[in-house]
Write a protein that binds this ligand. Structure first.
Ligand code: C5P
Length: 228
């Protein structure tokens, strides 16, 4: 029988990479496929949630019943998220947001110059979308991701505090065949209970199975922090 344990909850998710324009035909980006975010959106929708998925450019179909909003840059993604965060119960930041953007994207296509063998681009820091949203008054239950190649627990706990998150989903992207672009993933969940750091590993699984596992745990934490 279909679960409806998320019925009545409004969930906003970010997914995929962002694209930061260099000029009208070029951009800076990363290898995020969007699969984890789309799997979470699909799983949450199937369990009855009202789901809004704000996504960077990805090659994935929209899960049935999910409100999808396509964006390109980190700044666009922040603006889109700010538009719908007020009505959300839960925010899940799954996007691999570019840390930097061009300070001055070129209005016209950059041309090679015969006399210059190097090109210098000046980058400025992008806003941290999830931290910006988490620091607003009346922020919803905030879930972040941490893709690390080492010191996974340390960085996950740091993000929990520094970005003011309720739950961090950490994955060790250095593990072969897991993480970026792959179908399988292994994650550890990090949260705080009465000021103490807690964590729990989920077994390696395909991303849809993991999405359900993450939602199971998220729901327990959500109800613990938002008693009916
Ligand atoms: O700091 P780091 O990029 O490792 O943090 C990852 C988490 O923060 C993810 O949940 C990601 O979606 C979010 N993030 C964000 N805006 C940024 C950078 C990261 O929302 N500019």
């Amino acid at each position: 029988p279909p679960l409806a344990d998320l019925a009545g909850l409004r969930i906003v998710l970010t997914a995929g990479p962002t694209r930061e324009a260099v000029d009208p035909v070029r951009y800076l980006s990363n290898h995020s496929s969007g699969k984890m975010g789309f799997s979470l959106a699909l799983a949450a929708r199937r369990r009855g949630a009202d789901v809004t998925l704000i996504t960077g450019p990805v090659a994935l179909p929209t899960p049935e019943g999910v409100h999808r909003q396509d964006v390109e840059s980190a700044v666009d993604m922040l603006h889109a998220a700010e538009q719908c965060i007020d009505h959300a119960d839960i925010f899940i930041g799954c996007a691999a947001v570019a840390d930097f953007r061009l300070e001055h994207p070129e209005e016209h296509k950059l041309k090679k110059r015969p006399d210059e063998d190097t090109l210098t681009l000046t980058l400025v820091k992008n806003p941290d979308i999830i931290a910006t949203l988490a620091h607003r008054a009346n922020a919803p239950f905030m879930v972040g991701f941490a893709a690390e190649t080492r010191n996974v627990t340390h960085y996950a706990e740091d993000k929990l505090i520094r970005k003011r998150l309720d739950l961090v989903v950490a994955n060790d992207v250095s593990r072969e065949g897991l993480g970026f672009g792959s179908d399988d993933n292994a994650v550890t969940l990090h949260w705080q209970e009465s000021g103490r750091h807690c964590h729990q590993a989920l077994p390696t699984a395909d991303k849809l199975t993991l999405a359900h596992g993450i939602l199971d745990h998220l729901l327990v934490r959500f109800h613990a922090t938002h008693p009916a």
